[in-house]
Design a binder for this molecule. Structure first.
Ligand SMILES: Nc1nc2c(ncn2[C@@H]2O[C@H](COP(=O)(O)OP(=O)(O)OP(=O)(O)O)[C@@H](O)[C@H]2O)c(=O)[nH]1
Length: 398
């Protein structure tokens, strides 16, 4: 994907009062979208814009987010905003900044596989530094599924390491003693973080928004910040480019994180690192950069065709491999008049029903996991579709 980023209008240039930004991160299925909905429902007069980044070709979060009329703008980008300081994110943020009806707050939800640091650096290291104020990084942790070596994922580790506020979510699913242990493990990774326990991501908003906990000095030390600012203003003496990204997106994720870390602690005057555009082929790279590392891939299905309940049940019970860690879907069953919201995180799945309310009937399903056998899984899901509608409307389970 390519995009031209227009220079921001001069009047927006206000470093002291930039748009406050909170980044919500956390591993797959930890409760990020649930938290976003909580924020949108309780924003109390604030106009909050939301940028949602999703992993998988079929965007489902967009449909799962509550809508609050004009007050909220949802930009759904496909791919992963963490794998670069990327065009799509910059462009989306500029759109928010350019809105005539003023937006008070921006919340960015990363994918569950994203490393939050490069996303944070987007707000610190580019022109956005003067237009926005990174308030905090909020990290959701699934108390039931968390383990320190979570899939050996560097991103999962960094989500905690860079979290200013860490919500130990889904405490309803575990004993208090287990949450105590989890808290100790999390403190080991991130000393000094504000750690809160939540169910359904319900947290008093003043504890997570406009808290000013993100300390950019941790990432740009004062002298380096000055040097960086100088570079930013005067590019004549450096080959540093805020417009092009030349790092290798096939980097191993760990190296990738390190790469950014390194840059954040070094004088940028000697680097050809670029905080603005990537000219590589996003359609190709976005689908591969993280996955090559942690082995995560996704399978997306979108069809104007209903599933057969029993076949889908059979698939879940017998054909769903353990390496599918996360799934979500909006499901249309031939036997039901309802719209079914399907979630799977770890071993737990849920299926809730609601009305279609005039929305077109369709089946959308995304499966995410490590080292998935795409052909096999796609073939199994294919078998779940109804070829002919014989029993529509008979009711769930009948
Ligand atoms: N039991 C329980 N379920 C929860 C809790 N919080 C969220 N969930 C459920 O967990 C599932 C995943 O929640 P989401 O908010 O979609 O998670 P997410 O982090 O946005 O997921 P990805 O975008 O796929 O990474 C949904 O079925 C939620 O209803 C909780 O505190 N307890």
């Amino acid at each position: 994907m390519t995009a031209v980023i227009s220079a921001p209008p001069k009047q927006m240039d206000d470093s002291k009062h930039g748009l406050p930004v909170t980044i919500i991160t956390g591993f797959l299925g930890s409760g990020k979208t649930t938290l976003l909905n909580h924020i949108l429902t309780n924003q109390d007069g604030l106009k909050t814009a939301v940028l949602v980044n999703e992993f998988g070709e079929v965007g489902i979060d967009n449909d799962l987010l509550i809508t609050t009329g004009d007050d909220t703008m949802v930009e759904l980008s496909n791919g992963c905003i963490c794998c670069t300081i990327n065009n799509d994110l910059l462009e989306a943020v500029y759109k928010v900044l350019e809105r005539r009806d003023k937006i008070d707050y921006l919340v960015v939800e990363t994918t569950g596989l994203a490393d939050p640091l490069p996303v944070a650096l987007t707000f610190l290291g580019t022109e956005l530094r003067d237009l926005t104020r990174l308030d905090s990084i909020v990290t959701l942790v699934d108390s039931e599924n968390y383990s320190v070596d979570l899939f050996n994922s560097q991103a999962a580790h960094n989500q905690i390491a860079y979290g200013d506020i860490i919500l130990l979510n889904k405490t309803d699913l575990v004993d208090e003693g287990d949450v105590d242990l989890l808290e100790l493990k999390v403190r080991d990774i991130k000393e000094g973080a504000r750690i809160l326990r939540t169910t359904q991501s319900q947290v008093p908003l003043p504890l997570i928004l406009s808290v000013g906990l993100f300390e950019s000095d941790k990432y740009f030390e004062p002298t380096q910040k000055d040097a960086h600012a100088q570079n930013h203003d005067d590019h004549s003496n450096c080959d540093h480019d805020h417009g092009h990204c030349e790092h290798d997106h096939d980097d191993e994720h760990g190296e990738h994180a390190h790469h950014h870390d390194k840059h954040s602690h070094q004088d940028h005057s000697n680097c050809d690192h670029d905080h603005g555009h990537c000219e590589h082929d996003h359609d190709h790279e976005h689908h591969h950069s993280h996955l090559d590392v942690d082995g995560f891939t996704s399978i997306s299905i979108a069809r104007d065709q209903p599933l057969a309940i029993r076949k889908f049940q059979h698939f879940l019970d017998n054909k769903l491999p353990d390496n599918v860690f996360r799934a979500k879907g909006i499901l249309w069953f031939d036997e039901s008049e309802k719209r079914h919201i399907f979630h799977l995180s770890g071993k737990r799945f849920s299926l809730e029903d609601e009305e279609w309310n005039g929305r077109p009937h369709k089946t959308q399903l995304v499966l995410i996991g490590q080292n998935l056998d795409h052909d096999d899984l796609e073939a199994e899901i294919e078998k779940c579709f109804c070829l002919e509608s014989q029993s529509r409307g008979r009711g769930f389970g009948s």
